[in-house]
Design a protein around this ligand. Structure first.
Ligand code: MG
Length: 216
């Protein structure tokens, strides 16, 4: 399944069969380099919350895991983010920007490979499982692991966590580090000067955002 440049898709993160977050995103390109999407500032998004409204990072993991959970509609308040999902890769790469739209860092999000879907109601999207451990890469390509503490806390609860294979996540990270240190694509400057088409309206949260995930 290929997406069309300009099309709006639903980028979703799935935790144990539940929808963890939804970000409507504009397709920039979809080719042999992967699926490149733009999440614009002000986009209506959905995040899974604990029943009392707190988010995952606001309470101990084991308490969070008990649930119940509920979806909370919010807004992508920060600068827009460009995201590349390379074909069949267990990570995506995000280009972070500041308020003046200047590139500030790459963010390697370790995740199960994105699975594309098309709903009979008309919505299309990609589902993935965010594996929490990340890598932040500065413009000079120095880098560091991020959220290792959360990753470790959650791994201690394998019956509740959505990451089963810690070693596989770390190995994928190490593979990406080789690209970073070599300055290979996509860490070679590609798209650091990206600017969204000013004619693009902010994507709406379309019906179908809560359709059942295609992965568990
Ligand atoms: Mg992550």
């Amino acid at each position: 399944m290929r997406f069309t440049p300009g099309e709006v898709i639903l980028h979703r993160n799935v935790r144990r069969g539940r929808i963890a977050w939804v970000r409507p995103a504009r397709v920039v390109s979809d080719d042999e380099r992967g699926l490149l999407v733009w999440v614009a500032r002000g986009t209506t998004v959905v995040n899974e919350a604990y029943h009392d409204g707190r988010f995952l990072r606001e309470l101990p993991f084991i308490e969070w895991a008990r649930g119940p959970h509920r979806p909370v509609v919010g807004e992508w308040a920060g600068p827009g983010v460009l995201k590349l999902m390379p074909p069949d890769a267990a990570h995506s790469v995000w280009w972070f920007r500041d308020d003046t739209d200047r590139f500030t860092a790459w963010y390697v999000n370790l995740e199960e490979p994105a699975v594309r879907w098309s709903d009979p109601g008309g919505a299309t999207g990609v589902d993935m499982v965010d594996q929490d451990l990340d890598i932040v890469v500065r413009p000079d390509r120095t880098w560091e692991w991020k959220d290792e503490d959360e990753f470790t806390e959650r791994l201690a609860h394998p019956g509740q966590y959505w990451v089963a294979d810690e070693a596989a996540v770390r190995a994928e990270g190490e593979r990406v580090v080789k690209l970073i240190e070599a300055g290979d694509f996509p860490f070679d400057g590609t798209w650091t000067d990206f600017h969204p088409d000013p004619a693009w309206p902010t994507p709406p949260l379309v019906p179908g955002w809560d359709r059942p995930p295609v992965i568990v």
